[in-house]
Design a protein around this ligand. Structure first.
Ligand SMILES: Cc1cc2nc3c(=O)[nH]c(=O)nc-3n(C[C@H](O)[C@H](O)[C@H](O)COP(=O)(O)OP(=O)(O)OC[C@H]3O[C@@H](n4cnc5c(N)ncnc54)[C@H](O)[C@@H]3O)c2cc1C
Length: 367
């Protein structure tokens, strides 16, 4: 492999959806950019429920985000199944049913396609290389090597080294466990609420020939029962063969207040860019990645202040993120209630309000 040079316009730490999207737009804007990722290949092993809204659904969910089709170009080989329905299931098991246009991904193929897209624009990648810390213009790797850049983007998820060194803000991270199961499942995606997953939710997302099944909980509400036990109880409701098990952590506090410090930016999970009312992180990380990438390129080209990234993020996602945080806080209160009360709360009259909360819209409103 040719020696990778050490001096760059921009370095992105982490090449997941946020980092690869940022790199794609930095390169497209004419700057040279290196992505450094601890994994090889990027995207493996799988840590995801793999559900994303379709592009049409994204336009409804995030109406202030422009050019969704340019941003989200999911290739066919990364789509395992399309769904047209979401079921929100209270403890009684009697679901509320909603039209929902979604894609259940092959997430590994999805992330690989994002890397390929960024490379096609000119981004370079250094994989199997863990970043230890970042100071000013220097990125220090665990193997002792050092790289420098005028701008450094932290896109390494909830343990991001840029965030760890410079940001004090705490976020609520909820632990998540999931499996891939082979077998026959309905075509609808399911979210389950109540004592099955205290403070979070459990999911069943059907895939081609199987399903992705898992849950996340708030430990403070778990009454001493372990995440493993919750996961085993929920997964055993389904009759297929487990072919893969994984775990991870989802940031649930919404995006952090300040996304830029000096020449450092945070994006994706590193910046809390997950909608807490529904757990959507992939597409939201990519929205943040595009804005960050475009602003970094403009900054390097003509001196646009990096704080423009925060301003554009708030214009495109501020309202949706605020509504989602509010709905999550309300949900956290509601989901402390006993199952019988939740069963009553999920009814024909509340159906519309529950959907508005999950899809990040103000509870009272038209449409
Ligand atoms: C179990 C689980 C299920 C989920 N289900 C869904 C879902 O169904 N739908 C959805 O939209 N979202 C889901 N999410 C959330 C979604 O996966 C994240 O929001 C999304 O991956 C964020 O993208 P990112 O690029 O910010 O971070 P990541 O995808 O986590 O990418 C970060 C990258 O940084 C690299 N990295 C980390 N630390 C370092 C380091 N020190 N040095 C170098 N590289 C480093 C990693 O190797 C990784 O490639 C789920 C999350 C989990 C954990």
């Amino acid at each position: 492999m040719p020696e990778i040079r050490t001096d760059w316009d921009a370095i992105v730490v982490g090449g997941g959806p946020a980092g690869s999207t940022a790199a794609r737009y930095i390169a497209e804007g004419g700057a040279d950019v290196l992505v450094i990722d601890g994994r090889d290949p990027i995207g493996s092993p799988l840590q995801c429920g793999e559900l994303v809204p379709s592009n049409d659904e994204m336009r409804r969910l995030c109406p202030d985000v422009p050019d969704v089709d340019d941003l989200l170009q999911t290739p066919e080989e990364a789509i395992s199944k399309r769904t047209g329905e979401m079921r929100l299931v209270p403890p009684s098991g009697k679901p509320l049913r909603y039209d929902f246009d979604g894609l259940v991904l092959n997430r590994v193929a999805h992330d690989e396609a994002l890397v390929d897209l960024a490379k096609s624009k000119g981004a370079e990648y250094l994989v199997d290389s863990r970043v230890e810390r970042v100071e000013d213009e220097t990125v220090y790797l665990r193997d002792g090597s050092e790289y420098t850049a005028r701008v450094i983007v932290g896109a390494a998820g909830h343990n991001d080294p840029v965030r760890k060194t410079q940001w004090q803000e705490e976020s609520l991270n909820i632990p998540v466990k999931f499996v891939l199961m082979s077998g026959e499942f309905t075509d609808a995606v399911e979210l389950h609420f109540g004592s099955v997953a205290p403070g979070g939710y459990a999911w069943m997302f059907p895939k081609d020939g199987g399903a992705n099944i898992g849950l996340g909980i708030q430990r403070s509400l778990a009454k001493g029962k372990s995440l493993n036990n919750y996961a085993e109880d929920f997964i055993s409701r389904y009759g297929g063969q487990v072919t893969y098990s994984g775990a991870g952590s989802l940031p649930m506090s919404g995006s952090i207040r300040s996304l830029v410090k000096g020449n450092h930016l945070l994006v994706g999970d590193a910046a809390g860019m997950v909608l807490p009312s529904n757990g959507a992180g992939i597409t939201i990380a990519m929205i943040g990645g595009r804005i960050a990438g475009q602003v970094v390129a403009e900054h390097l080209r003509d001196g646009t202040p990096l704080s423009e990234y925060e301003r554009r993020w708030n214009t495109q996602m501020g309202k949706v993120m605020r509504n989602s945080k509010r709905a999550f806080r309300l949900g956290s209160l509601l989901f402390r209630a006993p199952d019988w009360l939740l069963n009553i709360a999920f009814n024909r009259l509340t159906k519309r309000f529950i959907w508005r909360a999950v899809t990040c819209r103000p509870l009272l409103g038209l449409g």
